[in-house]
Design a protein around this ligand. Sequence first.
Ligand SMILES: Cc1ncc(COP(=O)(O)O)c(C=O)c1O
Length: 386
Amino acid sequence: MSKRQSDVVKSMPSSEIRKIFNAANQMTDVMHLEIGDPDFATPPHVIEAAHRAAREGHTHYTATSGMPEVREAIAMKFRRDNGIDCESSNCIMTVGAVGALLCACMAVLNPGDEVIVTDPYWSNYSGQIAMAGARIVSVPLRGSLDFAPDLDELESKITPRTRMILYNSPNNPCGSVLPKEVLIGIGEIALKHDLIVVADEVYEKIIYDGHTHFSLASVPEFKDHVITVNSCSKTYAMTGWRAGFATGPAHIIQAMTKVQEANSSCISSVVQKAALAALTGPEDYVRSMVDTYRRRRDMIVESLAKIPGIETVKPKGAFYVFPNIEAYGMSSFDFAIRLLREARVAVVHGAGFGQYGEGHIRISFSAADDVIAEALRRLEGFVKSL
Ligand SMILES: Cc1ncc(COP(=O)(O)O)c(C=O)c1O
C-alpha cells in the first residue's frame, strides 16, 4: 500500500518538546522539567460541576460555539478580568487554547500568507500556521530587551503577504510579560497595516512581583483587530480537560465556529460545565498556586545564579525559566540531550521554540519542589563535569 501523506502534513514540523519527552520516557529515574503541565489537582468545585453535569443529563451535543450560559461566562470573564468589551455572541469555547489558535489560523489565513510571530514561541504555532498553508516570519525576543520585541524590527518584517501578528504574554518559554506600551505599539502597527493580532494569554494569571497583564483587545480602537485566546488549562490546573476559549470580532468568531464544526462539532458538554464552574468560581486557589510557582521560580533562579556560565533573566510570568547556556559551546539540543543522558534531567532545548531560542534551555517549574531541587543538584553536577 502506498504510504502517501498530504503535503500539508509533510510541511508540519514535529514537536521538539515531544522529542525530549519521548526520549525521557524510555529512561528511568528522570527528573521531568520538560512539560508545562501544572502538578496541582483541578479545584474540587470544578470536578463536582462536571459530575453534576453528567448526572443531570448534560451529555448531548451542544451549539458548536458552546452552551449559551458558558459563552455568557466567557464574555463575563473577558469583561471582568481583561476589560474587553464583549458579548457572548463574540465568544467561542474551544478544545483548549490550542483549538482556538488553530481555528483562528484556519479562519483568517490563506495559503502563502505570512504570520509575524514573536520568537521564541510555543512550538505548536508552527504546525498550526503550516496547516493553514501560511508561513512564520520571526521577530526576535532578546534577553537583552527583557524578551520583548523591538517594534521597528517587527514593523520592518511586514510585506504585502503579512496577514497576522501572533504573540504570547506572559510568555512560554521566556517568562516575559510584555509591557503595555509594547502591546499598544503592536496594536498601532496592526491598525496601520490592517492586520489581525492573535493574543495568546493562557498564562495571564501566572504573574509575579506586581507585574500586570494587559489585554490589547481592551483598547476600543484595536478591538476589531484582535482575537484573544485563553483557557482553563494553566489558570485552574485543567490541562487534561481541554477547555479553551476566545473572543474577537463577530465575523471571525463565526468563521472559527465553522472550522470547529468541521473539526469537532462542539466541545464535550461535561467539560463546558466544568469550565463554567472554573470561570465563575472562587479564585483563591489560583492565588495559592501562583505563590507556589513564585517560590519555585526563586529557588531555581537562585540556584542557577551560582552556576558559572549560566545567564538567567528572572521570569515575570508563566512557569518557565529560559537560561542562556551558550558559554558551554554546544547547541541547545546537544546540551539538553546530554543533560538527559548523563544526568537524567529532562529540559527542552531552546531551538525547539524557534530560531531565536538557540543558546537557551527551557526549565519548567510546574513540577513538584523535590523534583526541582534534585534536578538542580544534578544540573550543577553535569555542568561541572563538562
Ligand atoms: C503559549 C501557550 N499557548 C497555548 C497553549 C495550549 O493550552 P491549552 O492546554 O489550553 O490547549 C500552551 C500550552 O502549553 C502554551 O504554552
